[in-house]
Design a protein around this ligand. Sequence first.
Ligand code: GDG
Length: 484
Amino acid sequence: MAHAKRPVAEHCTKGTVAWRRAAQPVPAVTQKDMVIVANRLPVQEVDGEWRTSPGGLVSALKCVLENRDLSWIGWAGTPGETIAPFKHDQIHHHPVSLSPEEYEGYYEGFANGTLWPLYHDAVRSPEYHRSWWRPYVEVNRRFAQYAAESLAPNGTVWVHDYHLHLVPQFLRTMRPDAKISFFLHIPFPPEELFAQLPWRREILEGMLGADLVAFQTRLGAQNFSRLCRRFTNAVGQDDLLKLGDRLVKVDALPISVDVDRFDAVARNPEVQLRAEQLRRDLGGRKIFLGVDRLDYTKGIDVRLRAFETFLENNPAAIDDVVFVQVAVPSRECVDDYVRIRQRVEQLVGQINGAYGRAGKTPIHYLYRNLPTEELVAYYLAADVMLVTPFRDGMNLVAKEYVSCRTHDDGILILSEFAGAAREMLDALLVNPHDIDGLAATMAMALKLPSHEVYERMSALRTLLKRHDVHRWAKQCLEIDRDCS
Ligand code: GDG
């Protein structure tokens, strides 16, 4: 294994990382029946060792991947670094190199400056730059090339997310025998938004290279099918498109979590003791909890302003409630992310300054990634979980919280605009833009009769047990070429 030591966080091209013009590593020739293609490898290097990364996709797939002989194609996280293929945790990892210029154009630019805001209701203005599109195409071609070389005859390739829209079509040309499944983790926007994209036809055709194109919600799947009929040569129904002599299945397959794994961690006596300790440390007050990647789509700032309004309306509550916000560092070099972090931290300071008293800090703010057991201890300690994104593909935090509530207690306040809201109808659904409404829902949550808390949580838990991540993965990999 030839790689340089690097810190854990995502990297900036601005600064110290130098692009070493090393040769591209030769992908290992061991071909697998299954290849996963995602922007990031599921590992990162900590103190010279590879460790499984925290985060949405990895958390979701971890249990599905255990004991499977497969290859994973992805970027290792540092621009300009070339790493030879290696094996870790039974998975063959094939790192894809990105030069700093490609990182800026493909990742920071087209993926996170164009597609991410466009797909999240344009809550920030998407930018359209031809200089971002070109590296996006080239990097997608490279990912596809690696996948083509790593796949055994008639094997399956599972392509993930908006960074890699063009991989299915490239791969289809390189490996016509491949079974290709594509899953989009974030929302797929309505026609009037997507149609702004100068490369709309290319993106749609890229995805149509797959046998199965799957989305978090029915609405996302419908948006895609309609757009394909309008801008490509595809014809057919919302759930089945025909392109030339090929059929492409389009489906809504909402992602879930490993319910049993979270349930087991939540029942671990050490984790339960830690939850009790957290409750004591927080003064035995009722705990509101938020856990998010620090992203402008997650609605953290408005949520804090709603808590401020709640305190304004209920001044005595300072003795009875506390808000814990865990914010996981994310895309720290991108200007919009620098700004949302400043905004959140300014609000935390402002609210604590205005409402805090000695020994009674209203908001506890943790800007870091917690170990899973610690995260679960927070889920157990929290009386009310607030998941209030302006727009979210699914939101796994909502599902993890429910998976951990083994006593069928706890209240989930959930944004109507999270994919999870389509299924989790027994949560308290809110409009995340409505500060007064959210403050009122916080007050209402604390007064909910215990039988109603129980009924809501047990209904949510029943739902999740039926729809866990294993079922999701199985459905994503069911590819039937003869589905005429
Ligand atoms: C994308 C889509 C979609 C968070 N803090 C800690 C920690 N986490 C883990 C959570 C959860 C994951 O990160 C976050 O997942 P989300 O679903 O909330 O959000 P995104 O990262 O935006 O993910 C999203 C998802 O893909 C899957 O399809 O639901 O809509 O945007 O698993 O547990 N994990 C640990 N410590 C933390 O402090 N260990």
